[in-house]
Write a protein that binds this ligand. Structure first.
Ligand code: UDP
Length: 385
């Protein structure tokens, strides 16, 4: 087998997993990142004053149904049990999320059992005239009805996405379950947990291989690809092309960080559904590591807004306008030489961590097969449009 030299741009989950797969098969890998740390947006850092492990770019909770991905992350970190139990403050009360029997009974002032609540929501609340919901709003109206939608989803979503839920795809709301029992676990997945020593340590360990060199504080420019057999690029797709066709829309987040002596809110994540509250949620980081105990707290008030070129891109917007521009960047990418676009930013998709790892493993496998057959590597290994 010909041993290659590969450049991986971005030391987040995609870059780390692909780099590791190639290194384990004898290839020499350079991973570079413009930031001063690895792990991308799941970077965690222990706060010096309070000792709290802070999720620097907002809370990241690992959850998956994919046993191979679960085994993979457990190979690099000990995972401790963590259940994501989110609360929301709306209309002067605190409710349990995702919308479950407790939320429904509290909201309507009732004491319904599961089948009663199911009948109540489907017969008296849901708008069953909507047969095939297209937008976020229609999806909500169809499944929970106007009262719950306006309280828990409408305001939050306007703040989060900067547009009305009628302009957003139904798929965004489909991320959230609706439950007619008291299960308040935010996720359905079989495996859920937190890396004991944080995500950054986990990613450092993925990258800890004799054939991998990591270079931090190094912004990428295309000339750096010279001298490598191929580049795996996990930065923003439009950024790779110098934004020559315009900027793909992202939402960015601003965090208003504060410390508190004691317990600030008593849970990891408190959402705020009311439009009149300018932030979407507050994270109290020590609750993301429930096995630790800290007297003081580090909290983030989270504000969402449209990203400009200097901002950190978080959520790809992916509405009609962005999809058409994305199509044009994909055409450019198909003509680019010796580069594969990977991950959330490289493929402009809203990816959970487990999916990112799954795609990294699959991409690594396919790339290795193609290298063995001396085939030309592809610009994308997933469908982007
Ligand atoms: N959402 C909402 N109210 C909430 C929580 C979520 O309206 O209290 C909507 C919001 O539009 C969000 C979507 O549901 O973007 C998906 O929620 P999720 O918690 O998956 O968002 P993420 O963790 O990706 O920020």
């Amino acid at each position: 087998m010909k041993v290659g030299r590969y450049l991986v741009v971005g030391a987040g989950l995609s870059g780390a997993v692909i780099g590791r797969e190639l290194a384990e098969n004898g290839h020499g890998i350079t991973v570079m990142d413009s930031r001063n740390h690895v792990a991308g947006n799941c970077h965690t850092e222990r706060d010096r004053d309070t000792g709290v492990m802070v999720h620097v770019y907002g809370p990241h909770i690992f959850h998956t149904d994919d046993s191979e991905v679960w085994q993979y992350v457990n190979r690099f970190s000990n995972f401790l049990p963590y259940k994501n139990r989110v609360k929301t403050t709306a209309k002067g009360q605190v409710f349990s999320l995702p919308v479950n029997l407790h939320t429904i009974n509290q909201f309507f002032g009732k004491t319904m059992r599961p089948d009663e609540a199911h009948a109540f929501i489907t017969q008296e609340q849901a708008d069953t005239s909507i047969v095939d919901p297209q937008s976020f709003e229609e999806q909500a109206m169809r499944f929970v009805g106007r009262d719950l939608y306006e309280t828990f989803f409408e305001g939050y979503t306007i703040k989060q996405w900067g547009c009305h839920p009628s302009e957003l795809p139904a798929s965004i709301l489909k991320r959230l379950p609706l439950r007619f029992n008291y299960d308040d676990n935010y996720f359905f997945h079989k495996y859920q947990g937190m890396p004991e020593n944080g995500y950054t340590k986990m990613v450092e360990d993925i990258l800890d291989h004799p054939l991998i060199t990591v270079t931090l504080n190094t912004p990428f420019d295309r000339s750096m690809g010279a001298g490598y057999d191929h580049v795996f690029y996990s930065g923003p797709l439009d950024g790779y092309f110098g934004y020559e066709l315009g900027q793909l829309g992202y939402r960015t987040l601003d965090f208003d960080r504060f410390t508190y002596s004691g317990d600030y809110q008593g849970c990891a994540v408190m959402n705020y559904g009311d439009k009149s509250v300018p932030y979407t949620r507050i994270t109290e980081h020590k609750y993301l590591a429930p096995w630790e105990s800290h007297a003081s707290s580090v909290c983030y008030r989270e504000f969402s807004r449209a990203a400009s070129l200097d901002d950190i891109p978080y959520y790809p917007i992916r509405q009609v306008k962005e999809k058409s521009l994305l199509g044009k960047y994909v055409e450019l990418a198909m003509r680019a030489h010796n580069v594969t676009f990977v991950g959330r930013l490289g493929t402009y998709r809203y990816l959970d961590m487990d999916v990112t790892i799954r795609e990294g493993l699959d991409t690594g496998k396919q790339v290795l097969m193609q290298i063995a057959k001396r085939e030309k590597l592809k610009p994308f290994y997933v469908s982007v449009l």
